[in-house]
Design a protein around this ligand. Structure first.
Ligand SMILES: NC(=O)c1ccc[n+]([C@@H]2O[C@H](COP(=O)([O-])OP(=O)(O)OC[C@H]3O[C@@H](n4cnc5c(N)ncnc54)[C@H](O)[C@@H]3O)[C@@H](O)[C@H]2O)c1
Ligand SMILES: [Zn+2]
Length: 370
């Protein structure tokens, strides 16, 4: 069986890789894609997933691999517990123990089957096992499909901070099977839509307008609408990654809404708010700050806010966040560079820019007006 036609490509010279977007790819195409992307791979395959995702998708995946000649004896599973707190060095160590126990070779292939937590962990395992082995991303949340599976950032958390321990390691292919979104909890779907909206706000006014017209279809999980939104989001991310793989410049634009969002996540101990929900509010705040600074019209900020609300996402931060909490937490954000807070602000429809000139008075005014 041949691999399907790829939907797009991430252009990174020798590290370029295809992204496939389609319905049912998990059942029909993974083995063929793997063969095409990694013609010299050895027999051994390690599937890293969690129990929630494995229950739905591990069997179709292994069936597909076996139907294309991969022996059952060469497929290994590492299932991690479900949750952000398990993106830890302890679980990383357990997976490494398993690879050692089964004597995985340098030419093995790692497959990440799951959301961003599994993808980041599997990517970091692949980046470090025997100094790096190839891996394939099969993202199963909308957030992972439009964001974390593309771009090669891999990491685990440390008690002292999120994603503190990691590496850049690009996958060899990304296989996005839209059917996997059928089982995704609706709250997770909406959280993923926040990142989709982000691409429209920062990079593509036509896509933004398309989202305004099609949000109901996306919430309805209509396959054609999802395929379009995911493909366009991946294209935008792929272009930015191709231009700035290691985030020395424009890749930072992908953090639109994230400085405020991270503060909300930290203030609520990463428990009550999903990342996408926090980013949704962060984008509303970035738009308001952009109005205050004279970069965009109020009408444009209102349009952004309306689109976010139409996805069923929050548009106001937690009421009990004090001004001090806001300022303290934002100062701790990773995006602080040379002592200066950096904000990504919209500068017009489908445009955004990086600003390091926002004064603390301006921030205080914004927070006072919440
Ligand atoms: N590497 C990057 O560039 C990058 C970018 C953004 C986010 N991230 C990371 O991604 C992580 C968040 O990812 P996420 O939002 O996908 O969360 P997640 O991986 O925790 O998945 C959310 C929940 O959905 C479940 N799930 C996954 N797929 C499912 C499916 N098809 N059906 C039913 N349930 C399903 C998961 O088991 C989990 O309970 C964070 O750790 C974040 O740091 C990384
Ligand atoms: Zn994000």
């Amino acid at each position: 069986m041949n691999a399907p036609t790829q939907s797009l490509n991430v252009s990174l010279g020798a590290r370029s890789y295809p992204i496939y977007v389609g319905s049912g790819l998990l059942n029909t195409s993974v083995a063929a894609i793997l063969k095409q992307a990694l013609p010299n791979a050895g027999e051994q395959i390690v599937i890293i997933s969690n129990a929630t995702v494995a229950e739905h998708y591990l069997k179709p995946l292994t069936d597909n691999l076996q139907s294309q000649g991969v022996s059952r004896n060469n497929i290994y599973h590492a299932l991690m517990p479900d949750g952000e707190s398990y993106k830890s060095l302890a679980i990383y160590g357990e997976i490494m123990d398993l690879l050692v126990k089964h004597r995985l070779n340098r030419d093995c292939t790692i497959i990440a089957l799951g959301g961003g937590v599994v993808g980041d962990m599997a990517g970091f395992v692949a980046a470090t096992w025997q100094r790096g082995v190839p891996f394939i991303q099969i993202p199963t949340t909308l957030l992972a499909q439009v964001d974390s599976s593309v771009g090669g950032k891999t990491a685990v958390n440390h008690p002292g901070g999120k994603n503190l321990i990691g590496a850049f390691h690009q996958p060899s292919a990304v296989v996005i099977d839209i059917n996997t979104l059928r089982s995704l909890p609706v709250r997770e779907l909406k959280a993923g839509l926040a990142e989709v909206i982000k691409y429209g706000v920062m990079a593509d006014s036509n896509f933004f307008a398309w989202l305004e017209l099609n949000m109901v279809r996306l919430l309805d999980r209509q396959p054609e609408a999802l395929a379009h939104a995911i493909t366009r989001s991946c294209e935008i991310k792929a272009d930015i990654v191709a231009a700035d793989e290691h985030e020395n410049g424009i890749r930072a634009l992908l953090n639109l809404g994230h400085t405020f969002g991270h503060a909300i996540e930290a203030a609520t101990n990463y428990k009550t708010w999903l990342h996408g929900e926090a980013v949704a509010v962060g984008m509303v705040m970035a738009a308001r700050l952009a109005v205050q600074q004279g970069y965009i019209e109020t009408t444009h900020a209102k349009r952004i806010e309306k689109l976010i609300a139409s996805a069923g996402l929050p548009i106001r931060p937690p009421k009990d966040m004090t001004k001090k909490t806001w300022l303290d937490l934002m100062a701790r954000d990773k995006k602080v560079k040379q002592g200066k807070l950096r904000f990504i602000l919209p500068t017009g429809p489908g445009r955004a820019n990086i600003f390091s000139n926002i004064s603390s008075e301006a921030l205080t005014r914004l927070i006072d007006a919440l």
